[in-house]
Ligand binder design. Structure first.
Ligand code: HEM
Length: 182
């Protein structure tokens, strides 16, 4: 079974047709997506900046991470569900869109970076929480910031690269009345 067949099947689901057809559905889901990703990226950025020693240095890394990461995960679930709903509403156009493909690849890389950090440098956090952050943790934090900025940029770009057109179609614009003087 090809990716195109799967995408077609997803797009045909009742929930997918509802999101693409109800005039308010896509904007509402996208609003939820944007609020959730702000929480995901914002909370991750605070942890990364703390790891880099640029913010909240007076608080131990482990305390900052323990307080913020549950919010990150909860918001990520919401972002993924909302993103998934938008995706299935027009899966055929999204699967072939390069910025969308890059965004998903970057999401996977950000996840791998997080796992490497979590099961690597972070396992010894008790040894370095009060002192200097090890180089491996700073590299992971820098990569994480770069990945998340790129993910947001790709997400934003998708809105432009998958647009069929900007503004009204030619037939409609031809019938737009020219402004009259006075
Ligand atoms: C938490 C990680 C994610 C981030 C940071 C993110 C980022 C973004 C951003 C910045 C936008 C543009 C919003 C706008 O222009 O108003 C967007 C839209 C979108 N995202 Fe995500 N996203 C994430 C996860 C996902 C996932 C997991 C999926 C799919 C499975 C997804 C699918 C979409 C779709 C389909 C759109 C709509 C694009 C359009 O305007 O046509 N996103 N995302």
């Amino acid at each position: 079974m090809s990716i195109a067949t799967v995408a077609n099947g997803l797009q045909g689901l009742a929930v997918a047709r509802f999101v693409s057809q109800a005039p308010w559905a896509f904007p509402v889901v996208e609003t939820v997506h944007v609020i959730a990703i702000s929480l995901v990226v914002g909370s991750i950025a605070v942890v990364d900046l703390r790891l880099l020693g640029l913010w909240w240095r007076e608080r131990p890394v482990v305390q900052v991470a323990d307080e913020l990461l549950p919010w990150t995960w909860a918001a990520f679930v919401v972002a993924a569900v909302a993103g998934g709903l938008m995706f299935i509403s027009a899966a055929v156009k999204y699967v072939t869109d390069p910025p969308f493909q890059l965004k998903i690849l970057l999401l996977v890389l950000a996840g791998v970076n997080m796992l490497v950090f979590h099961y690597g440098a972070y396992r010894r956090v008790a040894d370095w929480a009060e002192g200097r952050t090890p180089r491996a943790a700073k590299i992971a934090a820098s990569l994480s910031l770069a990945f998340w900025i790129a993910i947001v940029a790709c997400g934003r770009m998708v809105s432009f690269t998958t647009q069929d057109q900007f503004g009204p179609p030619p037939s409609a614009s031809a019938s737009v009345k020219a402004p009259t003087a006075g």
